[in-house]
Design a protein around this ligand. Structure first.
Ligand code: XMP
Length: 539
């Protein structure tokens, strides 16, 4: 295993992603863990430490430092950006302060041969120097190597852009190998964890499944467990995993608030109850939710009503399961890091959507969170390894309040029914339409995306119900019906997003079908707003 010490960079998570892509298990912890913690990690088989970047200045004596035990542990250490600077300061080098930031693309010359850079380069200069195309983001820089270190890389503006003490296993780079702009980044991190630290490639899904199953059995023993199943990826994978471990000791509560997508309730029951044999209490609470939402038009008030009602319904059902000792949740690693960051203030919290899955602690149950160590793409791989259908595991995200935030203003069952059908048609057209050479030539997608379907080429797509009527003509008659907006976005982090440039023919087919097949709708519009300034959902 590899330990990543976080000094508060926004991209620390990416280091962990890259290490895991190299099939090595790693964990992120705050930089100020104790020496004992580091020694504890050694006892668990720690093979190397990575020190992350930061926004702070390493120059200041009072700044953040890595625990001394890291340098006494005998395992290799890699410093990145701030991590390099604190390594220099802690081992007797010098860092000089600068208020001028170097930010963006840079070409770095690799000096001499270290096991870290040897043979890895993007191009060679006419003189035969190996060069790397990298991403830099720093102000301060190392100006004097610590004793025992040799220069490993340099640029014109940053003469010490990399340093190494090969004998002691210390390596450091001023640039960021974890971001994709550093072309050889994955190769470099792979080199560190495999060749320098000696980690094997033992972080893989089939092994993880058996380890996780064992861990769950050990943790819960013969106790009963309850899980709130929403049909979303995380709770579905958690349910499948726990069921594999403890079978009928798990009971799932599936609350249908009447704001799910078309046939979603049936699909969840089919997959989990019929095909996989899970015990599921299916609560159709549509009337309760619609009753509570009647007359409410304010988006935040609607969210609160849905969240509160969800908790009440769930708790009512959970209370009936007298023997239950554990509450299982599909918390994943980014949630863990985000809330840890929010607590320690080390990373800025970007998003705090309240999710209807978050339950207050009034049930007095112990928490079982078997996905706490996994990133989203690992959760998906785990879902596939557990036999969940591809379509469920690779589904677009769906907000906890469901169609409640996609029906503008007051929520009514009649509106939800119209929206569900329009949404299903749009999704069907996206899934059924593949990107063509012409789409690529028109700049709608990249050349290598030709042949993929548009559902997979968008990050999130859905219909929104607008409670306004417009005039239309159908056959010989006049219509006066509701409008839906179609929304499709492309994003990697959901914090910023572009509206998807879908082919006109696809939009045309979706519009035609919606208006022809869903009586009560006579107009379809397409949302061409980015985030920011708009958000992805309309409420
Ligand atoms: P916005 O609309 O803020 O959405 O651009 C960003 C992402 O978050 C999802 N979203 C939610 N997810 N509970 C959730 O579980 C919520 O209350 C919620 N609101 C928005 C949204 O679908 C998008 O993926």
């Amino acid at each position: 295993r590899i330990l990543i010490l976080d000094f508060g960079s926004q991209v620390t998570q990416l280091i962990a992603r890259r290490v895991r892509e190299a099939q090595v298990y790693c964990e992120i912890h705050p930089y100020d863990v104790s020496d004992d913690f580091v020694r504890g990690e050694l006892a668990k088989g720690l093979k190397g430490v990575i020190l992350s970047g930061s926004h702070a200045s390493a120059y200041d004596e009072a700044s953040m430092r890595a625990p001394q035990a890291v340098f006494e542990s005998g395992v290799p250490v890699l410093g990145i950006c701030y991590g390099m600077q604190t390594m220099a300061m802690q081992l007797g080098g010098k860092v000089s302060f600068s208020d001028h930031r170097e930010f963006g693309y840079a070409e770095v010359r690799a000096h001499g041969h270290t096991p870290f850079l040897n043979g890895i380069q993007d191009f060679a200069t006419p003189e035969g120097h190996g060069m790397l195309k990298v991403w830099m983001s720093h102000g301060d820089k190392v100006t004097e190597l610590p004793p025992g270190f040799k220069l490993m890389a340099s640029t014109a503006s940053c003469p010490i852009a990399g340093m190494a003490d090969v004998d002691r296993g210390y390596y450091a780079v001023q640039f960021h190998p974890e971001v994709t702009h550093t072309v050889q980044g994955q190769a470099l991190l792979s080199r560190f964890v495999h060749d320098i630290c000696g980690c094997g490639t033992d972080w893989n899904m089939p092994d993880y499944v058996s380890e996780a199953v064992e861990a769950i059995r050990k943790q819960v023993g013969s106790d009963e467990v309850i899980l709130g199943l929403s049909g979303g990826v995380d709770s579905s994978v958690a349910a499948a995993l726990i069921h594999k471990a403890i079978g009928d000791q798990l009971t799932c509560v599936f609350v249908d608030h009447g704001l799910l997508r078309l046939n979603e309730g049936e699909q969840v029951m089919q997959t989990f109850a019929e095909n996989m044999g899970l015990k599921i209490i299916h609560v159709d609470a549509t009337d309760d939710f619609m009753g509570k939402l009647a007359g409410e038009t304010d988006p935040e008030a609607k969210r609160k009503i849905i969240g509160k009602e969800f908790v009440e319904v769930f708790q009512r059902e959970a209370a009936k399961l007298k023997g239950a000792k554990w509450l299982a949740q599909g918390t994943i690693y980014p949630d863990v890091i985000e809330s840890a960051g929010a607590k320690t203030g080390k990373a800025v919290t970007i998003k705090s959507h309240h999710n209807v899955g978050g339950l207050p602690d009034t049930l007095h149950l112990k928490l079982l969170e078997p996905l706490r160590e996994l990133f989203k793409d690992e959760v998906r791989k785990l879902g596939i390894a557990l036999g969940l259908p591809h379509g469920m595991v690779y589904r677009h995200p769906f907000p906890g309040p469901g169609l409640g935030v996609r029906i503008l203003g007051e929520v009514k069952k009649e509106y939800a029914d119209l929206l569900r059908r329009a949404d299903a048609i749009f999704i069907e057209e996206l899934r059924g339409t593949r990107a063509t050479e012409q789409d690529a030539a028109a700049g709608l997608c990249a050349a290598e995306e030709v042949g993929k379907n548009w559902y997979d080429l968008t990050s999130q797509a859905f219909a929104v119900f607008l409670p306004v009527k417009s005039v239309g003509v159908m056959g010989d008659g006049r219509t006066y019906d509701y409008v839906v907006a179609l929304r499709a976005v492309q994003t990697t982090d959901f914090m910023t997003a572009h509206w998807a440039h879908l082919p006109y023919a696809l939009l045309g087919r979706a519009s035609n079908r919606i208006i022809n097949e869903v009586r009560g709708l006579n107009r379809v519009v397409y949302d061409v707003s980015g985030k920011p300034p708009a958000t992805i959902e309309w409420e």
